[in-house]
Write a protein that binds this ligand. Structure first.
Ligand code: ATP
Length: 299
């Protein structure tokens, strides 16, 4: 699979997204016949609006993440990042607007089909009583299996590959409930990868991770994106977003206040306006990407 996939939803189970294994076709198009092959536009939210009671949480948001790229959703606490991810994942229903992936309006996908297209690795670490790591990761295969169908050879190889990719090989037989926060977070990622989504959503995928695990996780996401996966990750660390994301979306008070490449969006002015902190934005001497140096007000 390449960056120019014609219809990412038709290729919902592209093996390259999860584990770069052999091609296979797993369609559930009975309720969603394929649309005409169009340009691979990736994720596109248009004027998405969501209120809770009287409160407007997501305010006419336009968001685009091209196919095969990593988008970073950044913004202060309460900006609406998790809510927007939930809207894209179909866990919440927008009051207005549309979220498309490729040619499809995601709200028209049946739940099972959506679970083959989109995976969401949530911020909270779950409780999976009694399950071992490899069993939790295997749960990611559920949308691809029939009722009472066990894992096949392909599924088992895929689960193992996701465990390896997430750096969990040494923990595969450990009981999930005994893991640390960072280890559980890696299991969440592996489970989402085992789902073989075309669109991977992650809510703060690095917040419990040590620095090495943060870098390997984001570099894995970049590698998977180059294989055709479309990624949207809510991140608090602007430095990591600048270093790894192809596209930044800055959310503030439920509105998109900037979007584009890091060098164009994460300016000192914007960082000050949105987060209220001073920062110098330098150029990384090796990569040329923006390097954010925060300035203490006392300096
Ligand atoms: N269940 C809920 N009931 C009421 N308000 C909620 C609920 N969930 C979220 N909110 C509010 O919606 C707003 C957006 O929350 P959201 O979790 O999407 O923000 P966020 O950008 O992900 O924040 P953080 O960076 O702190 O995780 C916040 O003001 C939050 O208090």
């Amino acid at each position: 699979m390449t960056r120019t996939t014609p219809d990412p939803i038709a290729l919902e189970s592209s093996r390259s997204a999860g584990v770069r294994g052999p091609e296979a076709t797993l369609r559930d198009d009975s309720a969603n016949p394929p649309g005409p092959a169009g340009p691979a536009s990736g994720l596109a939210g248009e004027r998405v609006r969501f209120t809770r009671g009287e409160r407007l949480i997501v305010d006419d948001v336009d968001i685009t993440v091209p196919v095969g790229s990593v988008g970073a959703l950044v913004g202060p606490n309460g900006a609406g990042k998790s809510t927007l991810l939930h809207l894209v994942a179909g866990l919440e229903r927008a009051d207005a607007g549309a979220v498309r992936f490729g040619d499809r309006d995601l709200s028209t996908l049946r739940r099972r089909h959506r679970a083959r297209v989109i995976a969401l690795a949530e911020q909270e670490v779950r409780d999976e009583p009694g399950l071992r790591v490899h069993e939790v990761v295997a749960l990611g295969r559920t949308p691809h299996l029939g009722a009472f169908q066990g894992l096949g050879e392909f599924d088992r190889a895929l689960v193992q590959r996701c465990i390896d990719d997430a750096g969990l090989a040494h923990l595969a037989d450990r009981e999930y409930g005994t893991l640390s926060g960072g280890e559980r977070q890696r299991v969440n990622l592996a489970r989402a990868l085992a789902q073989e989504p075309a669109l991977l959503l992650l809510d703060e995928p690095t917040n419990h991770l040590d620095i090495r695990a943060q870098l390997t996780t984001l570099s894995l996401l970049g590698e998977l994106a180059r294989g055709g996966l479309t990624v949207l990750a809510a991140l608090h660390d602007l430095g990591l977003a600048a270093a790894y994301a192809d596209h930044i979306v800055v959310l503030h008070g439920g509105r998109v206040v900037a979007a584009g490449p890091a060098a164009e969006t994460l300016t000192p002015e914007l960082i000050h306006d949105v987060w209220g902190v001073r920062a110098d934005v330098l150029e990384h001497p090796r990569t040329g990407r923006p390097l954010i140096a925060y300035v203490d007000d006392r300096d």
